[in-house]
Design a protein around this ligand. Structure first.
Ligand SMILES: NC(=O)c1ccc[n+]([C@@H]2O[C@H](COP(=O)([O-])OP(=O)(O)OC[C@H]3O[C@@H](n4cnc5c(N)ncnc54)[C@H](OP(=O)(O)O)[C@@H]3O)[C@@H](O)[C@H]2O)c1
Length: 241
């Protein structure tokens, strides 16, 4: 088995995911670039390799059982294990998202990718992660999923959101349950918020760069063995649930 640290980043073709892949690659890690579209995947791998990253393409649609199973097989064949999984792929689900008018299809789409997609990928990768000396799982969440923030007068809460924000609340809750189940293992699993970054997800209205957004994922991917698990962080520290 390779001595090199092996990571997989989902949704690594653009935005924050691409920068997470670049940042982990800069540590000298081998980075699986999980992308559903072949052209976008190859373009990202090429760009990362040109920047000196040991990148390899992983065909991956987080909503598709067969695709996720094939991704696990690819990593098994290539590396025999996985050290770090960054569940970054995410969608808003579409608009409008006012609770009183939201289309159930919008709700399903957000939950399918942002929550069930994370569970599907995590569970497929767990046998490979269990072979690592220091496995880490990072779930890219958002402070808009913080119920405390949403209900604190005067706090920045983002727009009214029936699907996207609650999908991140759901993801946070699932992260806590994974940490409970995995507490007696060496696997650390945490949720991270990148801050409001200019990406396709928000029509590039964010105020931070995707590279700045990637920093929290890189920090949680490189936690020491006695680091936290089942927690939620942004660059400023712990985020309230
Ligand atoms: N931007 C922000 O301000 C912000 C704030 C808080 C949290 N976040 C979170 O950070 C993460 C990255 O967001 P971003 O802003 O970088 O968004 P983005 O630029 O829209 O990128 C999203 C990525 O997810 C991928 N993706 C979506 N559905 C997928 C699927 N079914 N299978 C595989 N990949 C899929 C996209 O691939 P395609 O190109 O194929 O669509 C793309 O690579 C998300 O989880 C988001 O919720 C972002």
């Amino acid at each position: 088995m390779s001595e090199e640290t092996i990571a997989l980043v989902t949704g690594a073709n653009k935005g924050i995911g691409y920068e997470i892949a670049a940042g982990l690659g800069a540590l000298g890690w081998s980075v699986g670039v999980g992308v559903r579209d072949e052209g976008r995947r190859e373009g990202s791998v090429e760009k990362l390799r040109a920047a000196g990253v040991d990148a390899f393409g992983v065909p991956l649609d987080v909503t598709d059982d067969a695709s996720v199973a094939a991704a696990a097989e690819l990593i098994e064949e290539r590396a025999g294990r996985l050290d770090v999984l960054v569940n970054n792929a995410g969608i808003t689900g579409g608009v409008p998202q006012t609770p009183t008018t939201v289309d159930p299809a919008t709700m399903r789409a957000a939950v399918e990718t942002n929550v069930i997609g994370v569970i599907r990928v995590t569970n497929a990768m767990l046998p490979l992660l269990r072979r690592s000396a220091s496995p880490r799982i990072v779930n890219m969440s958002s402070t808009v999923g913080s119920l405390t923030r949403q209900t604190t007068p005067g706090a920045e809460t983002g727009p009214i959101s029936a699907a996207y924000a609650p999908s991140k609340t759901f993801l946070n809750a699932v992260t806590v349950q994974y940490a409970k189940e995995l507490r007696d293992t060496n696997i650390l699993i945490n949720a991270g918020c990148p801050g409001f970054c200019a990406t396709d997800l928000n029509g590039f209205r964010g105020v931070r760069t995707p590279e700045q957004g990637a920093a929290i994922a890189i920090r949680l991917a490189t936690l020491p063995d006695d680091g936290p698990t089942g927690q939620f962080f942004d660059d400023a520290g712990p985020v309230p649930w």
